[in-house]
Design a protein around this ligand. Structure first.
Ligand SMILES: [Zn+2]
Length: 126
């Protein structure tokens, strides 16, 4: 007996019990949701909150954090001490973002990643 093509309640046409087009769409949506949750769960491992930053900034910031944790010198990342606070080191992350780290003597503790706008507002005396 030839299989008969039918119209599903969603309006798509096809064979079988359920609409494969909608099933596929649901699967993609489910996968995207899962990817998003996985991505969001990675922020728990960061020493500072990066969750509000664009993805490319997050990726770069994590590279820098990992480098600092493995004893790389901040100068390798073009970091500079702030003129008005020598214990704070500013490391460029991207053109528009920089990471502030506190110098604890033997190690640098990341404090925050700020955009240029945030940074200029926070700067004392400006
Ligand atoms: Zn459908």
């Amino acid at each position: 007996m030839p299989r008969r093509r039918k119209t599903f309640p969603c309006g798509h046409k096809g064979y079988g019990q359920t609409c494969h087009r909608c099933q596929q769409k649901d699967k993609v949506r489910e996968e995207k949701k899962q990817q998003k949750q996985e991505w969001e769960s990675t922020f728990a491992a960061d020493p500072i909150d990066l969750s509000s930053l664009p993805i490319h900034v997050v990726v770069k910031a994590r590279e820098i954090i990992a480098g600092l944790e493995s004893q790389k010198n901040y100068r390798e990342y073009n970091g500079k001490r702030l003129r008005h606070n020598r214990w704070i080191i500013s490391i460029p992350v991207t053109r528009n973002y920089r990471m502030l780290c506190k110098d604890q003597g033997s190690l640098l503790i990341p404090q925050a990643v700020l955009s240029h706008e945030d940074y200029n507002v926070d700067k004392p005396g400006s």
